[in-house]
Design a binder for this molecule. Structure first.
Ligand code: BGC
Length: 689
C-alpha cells in the first residue's frame, strides 16, 4: 500500500510524463472535500495546500507594472513603466523582453503567476486605470499583450489576462452593468482577449467585477464556458477578481459560478466556501463532472508552472538586477511621446545649457509607493525622479526661471488612490483627479494651478518645456499654444528620471506614438455624450457609441482631436515611398505583404513606427480606418530600409451578430500607410475574393 502511494506521488512529480498523465493521476486521488478546498484562496494571494498529495499553495502576485510589494510581503522589486507607456512604444520585442523580465522577478519571489496583463480597452480617457492598460484599439492591445504573455510564460510563470470584460470604468465597478450590443462587445471589447488566448495560451484569466448586459461575468456561462473554453479553446483556469463573488448585488449562486467555469475564488472563500459547495453538490445543483472540469484546469496550471517539479529544473529567477533596471529605462524611453517641438527647441544641447530651472508638482515625485495607484503599485529599491535625472547630467539647477537658459516643468497627474474627491476639490495641490484604481478622474484638464504655473513661467522665460507624467490623456487648452515643446512621459518607472534626461538632451530620439486619442475636450470623447454613457444611471452604463471607440469615433464624427491615435514626433524626419503590395487579391488563408521604403531624412538616428490602416466598404457600417499592421524601424541619418508589414485576413474581419461569427465580405479594401491615424502618406487598394 505504502509503495503504491509512493508510486502515485511520483507520477505527478515525474516531469518526463505528459501533463495529461500527471494531471489525471492527481485528479483521481483527490477527495471531494479536497477539491472543494482548492477552489478558494487563503490569505490574499495563494491557494490552500494539500499536504497529503504534495500539492503546494499556488501563489500569485500583482500586477501590470511589475511584482507588487503588497503581494510579496513587502519586497521591493523593479518598477517598470505603466502598460500605456509600453503600448506607446509600439514595440513587440520590447513587450516580450518585459514579459521575460517580469517572469524572472515573479520566480525570484517564489510566486507562480503574475496578475497581468490588463487588456481592457480604453473607452473613456477618465478611467482611473488607463495607465495599466494598453490602448483604445484592440489590434494594438493584442499585438503588445501576446509577446508579453509569451515572455512571462517562457519562464514557466502563468500570465493572467484581466479583467474579462468591459471593465472600462472604476465608478461603481462592483455593481455597474455595461450595456453593450453584441457586435461591439465582440469587435471592440472581446477581440483582444480572443486573440491573446488563441495566439499565446495564457494560463490564467481574471473575470471583472462589473456586469455585462445585466449579468456578472463570473456567473456567465455563455461568455466563459461556451465562448472562452469551447469556441476559443482557452486552456487555462478562470479566477475571480478579489472579493467579486461576495460583492455581487444581487448575489450570484455557488452553482452558477461553478457551471460558468470558475476555478478559483479570491482572495477567500465566500460562494466557494466548502460548506456551500457541499450543500449545492448534495442538492444536485452541479455534478462531479462540472466540478472536475474546473479543478482540472487549476491542477494543470500547477503542473505547468512547475509546482511539482524539482526547483533546479525550472528557469532561474532574478530580480532588481541592473539589466531589469536598464530594461525599465529603455521602456520609458521608447514609450515617451514628443507631442510638440516648435522650431526644434529640443533636444537641448548639453554644451549650451549652463542653467536649468526645474519646476512643477511632479519634478521630485516618487510614484513607487505602497498601493499608490491601487493594486498595480510596485515599490522599487530606488526611484530616479525627473529632478534627479537632470541633476545627474551635471547641469546647474536654479530656482528663478527668468535667469535660466531653459525651464522644464514637470506637470501631470496624481497617482494617489487615498485622496477622496472631496479632498481633491478643497486642496488645489491635489486637485488633479487620479490615475488610480477604484476611482475615475473628474476632469480632462490639468488642475488650474498647473495651467497658471505654465503660463506664468513661459512669460518669464519663453524656453519653457512641459514634460507630463500621467497615465491617461489630458486636455491642453489654454496653455499648449504658449509653450514651445511638450513631452508625454507617462508613469515612467524607477528609471524614469534618467530616461527623461536622455530624451531631453537627445541621447535618445523619441519614438513613442500615442496608443489612444487625446481629445481637445471631454465632450468630444464618444463615451461622454451624457451621464447615461458615462458613468451611467441606475448602475447601467450605455455603450451607445457602439464600435466607434477612440479614433474610430473621431474619424467618423469628423472631430479634430488634440492629438490623434498613433501620433508622435521625432527629432528626425522620415520619408515614405515605394508602397508595394505582394498581391492585389487575397483570400482567407493568404497574407498580404505590404512593403514601404522609409528613409531617415533628418540629422538624428531614430526609430519610426510605420502604421497600416484599412477601410472596407461593405454591407455593414465599418470605421473610416482600422489599424491592421505596424512595424518599428531604426534608421541612421540618410539610411533607407524597406519595411514589410504582414496583413492577416483575420485582422480585417468584423463580427456578425446574426451569424455569431467573424466575417469579411468579398470586395475592395482601401489601405492607408502613415505615421498616425490622421497622417496618411501612401495609399493603395486590394481586393478580398
Ligand atoms: C484588482 C485586480 C487585482 C486584484 C488583486 C483587484 O481589486 O481589480 O486587478 O489583481 O485586486 O490585488
Amino acid at each position: 500500500m505504502a509503495q503504491l502511494k509512493h508510486a502515485q506521488r511520483q507520477t505527478v512529480r515525474n516531469s518526463e510524463l505528459s501533463v495529461e498523465t500527471r494531471l489525471n493521476n492527481l485528479l483521481n486521488r483527490l477527495t471531494l472535500d479536497e477539491k472543494f478546498k482548492l477552489l478558494a484562496g487563503t490569505r490574499f494571494f495563494r491557494t490552500h495546500s494539500i499536504k497529503r498529495l504534495g500539492i503546494k499553495p499556488f501563489k500569485m502576485t500583482d500586477g501590470p507594472l511589475g511584482v507588487s510589494m503588497h503581494s510579496t510581503f513587502g519586497r521591493k522589486n523593479t518598477r517598470f513603466p505603466g502598460g500605456i507607456c509600453l503600448a506607446a512604444s509600439f514595440n513587440r520585442q520590447l513587450a516580450n523582453e518585459f514579459g521575460v523580465a517580469v517572469g524572472k522577478e515573479v520566480r525570484a519571489t517564489g510566486r507562480s503567476a503574475i496578475l497581468a496583463p490588463g487588456i481592457n480597452i480604453n473607452r473613456s480617457p477618465l478611467n482611473g486605470r488607463t495607465f495599466e492598460y494598453f490602448s483604445e484599439d484592440p489590434y494594438l492591445t493584442k499585438e503588445i499583450a501576446i509577446p508579453y504573455v509569451q515572455g512571462v510564460q517562457s519562464q514557466r510563470i502563468a500570465a493572467c489576462v484581466k479583467h474579462y470584460v468591459a471593465n472600462n470604468q472604476e465608478t461603481n465597478r462592483f455593481t455597474v452593468s455595461a450595456e453593450i450590443d453584441p457586435r461591439t462587445l465582440h469587435e471592440i471589447y472581446l477581440r483582444a482577449f480572443m486573440e491573446v488566448i488563441k495566439e499565446s495560451d495564457p494560463w490564467l484569466l481574471m473575470t471583472s467585477y462589473n456586469k455585462v448586459n445585466g449579468q456578472y461575468l463570473f456567473a456567465n456561462k455563455t461568455l466563459l464556458r461556451d465562448l472562452l473554453w469551447d469556441k476559443w479553446g482557452f486552456n487555462g483556469f478562470i479566477i475571480s477578481d478579489w472579493w467579486s463573488f461576495s460583492r455581487s448585488e444581487p448575489p450570484v449562486s455557488t452553482e452558477d459560478c461553478i457551471k460558468a467555469g470558475m476555478s478559483l475564488e479570491m482572495p477567500k472563500a465566500n460562494k466557494f466556501h466548502p460548506k456551500l459547495l457541499q450543500s449545492a453538490y448534495s442538492d444536485g445543483k452541479f455534478s462531479e463532472d462540472d466540478l472536475n472540469a474546473v479543478v482540472k484546469r487549476l491542477l494543470r496550471v500547477m503542473i505547468l508552472v512547475g509546482l511539482f517539479d524539482d526547483k533546479k529544473n525550472l528557469p532561474p529567477g532574478k530580480r532588481n538586477t541592473p539589466d531589469h533596471q536598464n530594461l525599465a529605462r529603455k521602456m520609458a524611453e521608447e514609450g515617451m511621446v514628443l507631442l510638440k517641438n516648435r522650431k526644434n527647441i529640443l533636444p537641448l544641447n548639453i554644451k549650451e545649457v549652463s542653467t536649468l530651472a526645474v519646476l512643477g508638482p511632479n519634478r521630485e515625485k516618487k510614484f513607487g509607493k505602497w498601493l499608490y495607484g491601487g493594486s498595480s503599485a510596485v515599490k522599487p529599491p530606488y526611484e530616479i525622479t525627473p529632478l534627479k535625472g537632470l541633476k545627474s547630467r551635471g547641469v546647474q539647477i536654479i530656482s528663478d526661471p527668468s535667469k535660466a537658459d531653459f525651464v522644464i516643468i514637470f506637470a501631470g497627474l496624481n497617482h494617489d488612490s487615498t485622496k477622496s474627491l472631496a479632498r481633491d476639490s478643497r486642496d488645489e495641490k491635489v486637485a488633479t483627479g487620479n490615475d488610480s484604481e477604484g476611482i475615475d478622474r473628474i476632469q480632462l484638464e490639468l488642475p488650474q494651478y498647473q495651467v497658471n504655473l505654465i503660463n506664468q513661467t513661459v512669460q518669464e522665460n519663453p524656453n519653457t518645456i512641459v514634460v507630463l507624467l500621467n497615465g491617461s490623456p489630458v486636455a491642453m487648452d489654454g496653455w499648449l499654444e504658449n509653450v514651445p515643446a511638450v513631452i508625454e512621459a507617462w508613469y515612467p518607472g524607477m528609471e524614469g528620471g534618467h530616461a527623461i534626461a536622455n530624451v531631453l538632451f537627445g541621447d535618445i530620439n523619441p519614438s513613442g506614438k500615442l496608443p489612444l486619442t487625446f481629445p481637445k475636450k471631454i465632450s468630444d470623447s464618444p463615451a461622454h455624450k451624457s451621464i447615461q454613457t458615462f458613468p451611467g444611471v441606475d448602475l447601467k452604463v450605455k455603450y451607445a457609441e457602439g464600435i466607434y471607440v477612440g479614433y474610430r469615433h473621431f474619424d467618423k464624427a469628423n472631430i479634430e482631436p488634440l492629438f490623434p491615435f498613433g501620433f508622435g514626433l521625432s527629432y528626425s524626419s522620415f520619408k515614405y515611398d515605394n508602397l508595394q503590395l505582394s498581391t492585389n487579391k487575397i483570400s482567407t488563408n493568404e497574407n498580404l505583404i505590404v512593403s514601404v521604403d522609409i528613409t531617415n531624412t533628418g540629422n538624428f538616428s531614430g526609430s519610426e513606427v510605420v502604421q497600416a490602416y484599412f477601410h472596407n466598404e461593405c454591407s455593414v457600417d465599418r470605421p473610416v480606418k482600422e489599424l491592421v499592421g505596424f512595424e518599428k524601424v531604426f534608421l541612421t541619418p540618410d539610411e533607407s530600409k524597406t519595411v514589410d508589414l504582414k496583413l492577416k485576413p483575420n485582422n480585417l474581419t468584423f463580427y456578425d451578430p446574426q451569424e455569431q461569427t467573424w466575417r469579411i465580405e468579398p470586395g475592395m479594401f482601401n489601405l492607408f500607410i502613415g505615421n498616425s491615424s490622421h497622417n496618411v502618406l501612401l495609399e493603395d487598394k486590394f481586393e478580398y475574393i
